[in-house]
Design a protein around this ligand. Structure first.
Ligand code: SAM
Length: 294
């Protein structure tokens, strides 16, 4: 099972079942279904829950919740931008809820953020029903929203970026192309020298094959490929691995004093998950993940 439309007629008192894994599921009690649409790309539902606040699911796979979105959005954004140190142009692939965009724009040195999202409905409905996530990010003068396939964009653009953040769905449906060797080759093509690519890479306890798959495919284009971790409560199965790729291994080992200085300079004091100690620790992978990185 890797996703599919949620049952019709879901309402208050029903339970939303995530359909990401074939033999294990998590369920969320629904207090109210706020919006439902079969878009041109996927089944979109936004519903209210007692535990996670408002929740967005696409093809019955949990994407983002109001209560724990900060973990993933801070870790996918501040890790590469702080490690890079001089990022001015950032490309976000996917990310329709606006959380990555919001966190990227906190870096005043970033002059332009191009976001390539395939499904306009995700942007519109998150703005309408989950405004605490995008906040004012889509109205920022540095934001350039492109509604298109991210794989096609990186294949065709002649623009260049210092950091590329792939905030995609899982490798099913429209997201599948964002896990291919050709996509990673084009991400490498659009990065400036010293650039960093990070990508959503699943939960290794449940999706270890995705660790091996993206490692091998990114390895074909990047000199230094690895992972870092973040614990997102609503992503079932334990901590997530986030993909990291660049041509300079030192970017994963930036001296502590430099990280601390850059965090202070960026004014990142009010983060809720990311901090100096997490930046150092996040690259430490549990032993069970290593055999899959080959
Ligand atoms: N944080 C979530 C996670 O870890 O699974 C992802 C959230 S974000 C809503 C995922 C976005 O990727 C969706 O808005 C979806 O429309 C977008 N997407 C999927 N395939 C895409 C593609 N080929 N090009 C651009 N955006 C795509």
């Amino acid at each position: 099972m890797t996703g599919g439309p949620a049952p019709a007629g879901l309402g208050a008192g029903d339970w939303f079942q995530e359909l990401l894994f074939p033999h294990a599921r998590q369920s969320f009690e629904i207090t109210k279904v706020l919006y439902r649409e079969r878009t041109a790309h996927q089944d979109l539902i936004i519903f209210e829950t007692p535990t996670y606040g408002r929740v967005l699911a696409l093809d019955s796979i949990i994407q983002v919740t109001e209560k724990d979105e900060y973990v993933y959005h801070e870790m996918m954004t501040h890790m590469p931008i702080v490690a890079h140190g001089r990022a001015k142009r950032v490309l976000i692939i996917g990310g329709g809820d606006g959380g990555i965009l919001r966190e990227t724009l906190r870096h005043k040195a970033v002059q332009r953020v191009t976001m390539v999202e395939i499904d306009r409905s995700v942007v519109d409905m998150c703005l309408e029903y989950m405004p605490s996530i995008p906040q004012k990010a889509f109205r920022d003068r540095r934001t350039d929203l492109v509604i298109a396939d991210g794989a096609r964009f990186v294949a065709e653009t002649d623009e260049r970026f210092d950091v590329v953040i792939v905030d995609s769905t899982d490798p099913v449906g429209p997201g599948e192309v964002l896990f291919t060797e050709g996509f990673y080759r084009n991400c490498h093509r659009v990065l400036t020298p010293g650039g960093i690519l990070v990508n959503q890479n699943g939960v290794p306890f449940m999706q270890a094959d995705e660790v091996t798959m993206t490692y091998r495919r990114r390895r074909k284009s990047f000199k230094d490929v690895g992972f870092y971790v973040a614990a997102v409560p609503s992503y079932y199965g334990g901590f997530m691995t986030l993909g990291w790729a660049s041509d300079n291994p030192k970017l994963r080992a930036v001296p502590n004093a430099t990280i601390a200085r850059r965090i202070a300079a960026a004014g990142l004091r009010k983060t809720k998950y990311y901090n100096f100690a997490i930046h150092q620790a996040a690259f430490a992978l549990p032993a069970f993940v290593h055999p899959h990185i080959r």
